[in-house]
Unconditional design. Structure first.
Length: 298
């Protein structure tokens, strides 16, 4: 359930919540449990602080794409038709009919664009050079977008991710330039850092900050600190709300590890002679979805 990458991603979500929705935004969804829709998303909140501007018009930005992608990540557990219907219900819960209709139109365009991109990517020639391959894919995306979005919609939805990709490619070019001395490479990287927008810099630094914090937490626990000391450390670095969410993650991870330990002990006692008995043991401890992750522990 909690691999290293997944845990860091979860920590980032908890420690770096998106900015609060402006007062003009639609009211939040009713306090139901929308996450039963896809089991793997239980206990999470939808990405995307979609909102309205001061005139009550839908703000078309990366947050809208984040909301779409949050639900689209459930493909495989639900089919596309069910996921699209759920996104549309979410938009109706958040917005009045006018903005909701605009958002649903953009959702339709977004899905058409994703399908077209998947088809078009099959035509890209294989590239051994990582930078060339990434540039070709970015150029392909940018060529396709005018077929589905206005210029302002494309900029709003994809401008931030394009800037991130362009920065990453520029850094890759510097790393791969064998003609540069170590000093020249460092200077060019520093120049990119200076030109980087503050929001992009924060996004780049967030994983490192979370990893450093969790290393400090581990050290603190090794010194005998309890949950209260860990909470105070995290609350100082992030916020009390983030510290509470991270504490919840700690409890979930501990519970998962406890179940894994109990399962492995019972599995060892059963032995490997009977797959039917082993399956009964798995069913006793884990759901069907969770059992797909057991390979990493067995």
């Amino acid at each position: 359930m909690f691999g290293a990458g997944a845990l860091v991603a979860a920590l980032l979500v908890a420690a770096y919540p998106r900015p609060e929705v402006a007062a003009v935004a639609a009211a939040p969804p009713a306090p139901t449990d929308p996450f039963a829709f896809v089991r793997s998303m239980e206990g999470t909140r939808p990405d995307g602080d979609v909102r309205l501007d001061a005139d009550g018009q839908l703000v078309v930005d990366a947050e809208l794409g984040h909301l779409f992608d949050y639900y689209l990540a459930g493909l495989g557990e639900k089919d596309l038709q069910a996921i699209r219907a759920e996104i549309e219900r979410e938009l109706e819960r958040r917005f009045a009919p006018g903005p909701a209709a605009q958002a649903k139109r953009l959702l339709a365009s977004y899905l058409d664009y994703k399908r077209a991109l998947a088809d078009a990517e099959k035509t890209l020639a294989p590239q051994a050079d990582l930078a060339k391959a990434a540039r070709a894919r970015l150029a392909l995306k940018q060529r396709l977008r005018p077929q589905f979005f206005s210029a302002s919609e494309a900029t709003g939805l994809f401008g931030a991710s394009d800037a991130y990709d362009a920065d990453a490619l520029a850094r890759l070019d510097i790393e791969q330039d064998g003609a540069l001395t170590a000093l020249e490479r460092e200077q060019k990287m520093a120049a990119l850092d200076q030109r980087m927008p503050a929001s992009l810099r924060e996004d780049r630094e967030a994983p490192t900050k979370v990893i450093r914090m969790e290393a400090s937490v581990q050290k603190l626990r090794e010194q005998g600190a309890g949950d209260d000391e860990v909470y105070r450390l995290r609350a100082t670095a992030f916020s009390p709300e983030a510290a509470s969410r991270l504490a919840d993650l700690d409890r979930e991870e501990a519970a998962w590890k406890g179940r894994i330990k109990a399962y492995l002990a019972q599995r060892a006692s059963v032995g490997t002679g009977s797959e039917a008995v082993l399956q009964q043991v798995r069913n006793q401890h884990f759901s069907a979805e969770e059992q797909r992750r057991l390979g990493a522990y067995e």
